[in-house]
Write a protein that binds this ligand. Structure first.
Ligand code: PLP
Length: 476
């Protein structure tokens, strides 16, 4: 795009900002600063990305004004013809993209998708025999007493997922999350030596726990999941298999995780976010086998109220974008970039968990590499305009607040156009900066970076960013 050219995107977005400023100037001002901040930093938060201007435009408009409880063509409100069409287009597009039997695009977030999926699996498991015995079709028609008996049985459901410490998510049964309140939550860990999933150990724990639901998915793990093996383990104990692909959905959609690593043929239910590697708007998604359709599509009233049809329109646009051949190239580059980064980091002496990466993220043990906590490293890097998040590493002695690790992702930088060469340079920036940072005595949060190093890395980051402009379509 030529500088100074008044693009269509620029006119739309600038006009939108001016309208916001007309009502609440401080909000518009903060929005402009946020854009400047995203443009002026290396975004390496593994769960973040940049969506397209088309996705943004689909999000911010009159669709937000429409109530549409229910599912397409079966709503509790009048006047849903057009949002029916939009939601059905989103459903069809994402079903094709992943090759799933059924798709539910209403969850407002990944956490909502997980709640809906979990409760759907629980009801599905207890419903058939119990309801048959009671001569009922579903829990809705039950008397108070029968319902209470069923509810108690539901709460005995056993969920087995990857522990938070080993890289699982809060919604996978963490004790402070609601997912552990209405069922019994158990966890498995990564292997203490390799820090990778150990399917023999997962099988051993599964045989011991006898879960009703086996969960495969992660938020902080840099390898792939063998879903064929997880299916075998689930079958060996009669469990439902749930895949949470929130982080790597874009790598599945972009055909980089195929065969045994593709969750779709193996899982009963799959949940995801739409805003990480998938590069869509913030939101959730559920894919499932036909037999779970009835339960899943009761997301409202089960968990959510009215669906956000503006977000669903934006999801549809993102699913269409992810169906293009260019997205396959994008997903491939995401992994190549992550690998280039991790290999360079290790060649300099940095400790990368599990000795590398097969996906979009690498986790660095900053405690053993640089004598820093994750919090100190995160703050020092942000000073040099490198944005990442601290993350506990398996069996972390520093706990979940300070942590011993940082998690670094390649999705956003790849969206910006960077390739392996740039990722190697960035690994050097990070290594040099953290090598030049010393923890303050008796502090797990404060550290001091050599000012010359900070200046040098800051300048190098700025010069690299200058070559990869973010949203060049926007003339502001
Ligand atoms: N599941 C996994 C594996 C995640 O990593 C996340 C978010 O990071 C979620 C679910 C929740 O997504 P959200 O933040 O949209 O609620």
């Amino acid at each position: 795009m030529m500088a100074g050219q008044n693009t269509r995107e620029s006119v739309v977005m600038d006009g939108a900002l001016e309208m916001v400023a007309g009502v609440f100037p401080e909000v518009a001002e903060a929005m402009r600063w946020e854009l400047a901040s995203q443009r002026g930093s290396l975004k390496m938060i593994a769960s973040e990305n940049y969506c397209s201007p088309a996705v943004m435009a689909a999000m911010g408009n009159w669709l937000t004004d429409k109530y549409a409880e229910g599912v397409p063509y079966s709503r509790f409100y009048a006047g849903c013809e057009h949002v029916d069409q939009i939601e059905q287009l989103a459903v069809d597009e994402v079903r094709n993209l992943f090759g799933a039997d059924f798709a539910y695009v209403q969850p407002h977030s990944g956490a909502d998708a997980n709640l809906i999926a979990l409760w759907s699996m629980i009801t599905h498991r207890v419903q058939d025999p119990e309801l048959e015995r009671l001569g009922l079709k579903n829990v809705m028609g039950m008397s108070g007493e029968d319902y209470e008996a069923i509810r108690q049985k539901m709460c005995q459901t056993k969920l087995l997922g990857l522990s938070l410490g080993s890289g699982g998510h809060l919604t996978h049964g963490f004790r402070q999350n609601v997912s552990s309140k209405f069922c019994q939550a158990f966890s498995y860990d990564v292997d203490p030596k390799s820090l990778m999933l150990d399917y023999k150990e997962i099988e051993r724990v599964a045989k011991e726990v006898k879960p009703d639901i086996l969960l495969a998915g992660y938020s902080a793990y840099s390898r792939t999941i063998d879903f064929a093996k997880m299916r075998e383990i689930a079958d060996s104990v009669g469990a439902t298999l749930w895949g949470d692909i929130a982080h790597f959905a874009g790598l599945v959609a972009g055909k980089q995780l195929t065969g045994n690593f593709d969750p779709v043929p193996f899982c009963d239910i799959i949940t995801s976010t739409t805003h990480k590697t998938l590069r869509g708007p913030r939101g959730g998604l559920i894919l499932c086998k036909k037999e779970y359709e009835e339960a899943v599509k009761k997301g409202c009233p089960m968990v959510i109220g009215g669906p956000l049809e503006n977000m669903i329109a934006a999801k549809a646009v993102a699913f269409r974008e992810a169906s293009q051949p260019a997205f396959v190239e994008y997903a491939k580059q995401v992994i190549a970039n992550s690998r280039a980064f991790a290999e360079r980091m290790m060649s300099r002496g940095g400790v990368v968990l599990s000795g590398g990466t097969d996906n979009h993220m690498a986790i660095i043990d900053v405690k053993s590499s640089f004598g820093l906590t994750g919090r100190q490293a995160e703050i020092a890097l942000r000073e040099a305009s490198i944005t990442c998040n601290r993350n506990s590493i398996p069996f972390d002695a520093e706990g979940a607040w300070y942590t011993s690790g940082i998690r670094l992702g390649s999705p956003a930088l790849t969206s910006r156009g960077m390739k392996e060469g740039e990722m190697e340079m960035i690994a050097d920036f990070i290594f040099d900066l953290l090598k030049g940072t010393k923890a303050r005595e008796n502090s797990r949060a404060k550290a001091d970076t050599d000012p010359n190093m900070l200046r040098e890395v800051g300048e190098n980051v700025a010069s690299l960013l200058g070559k990869f402009p973010l949203y060049p379509e926007f003339e502001f």
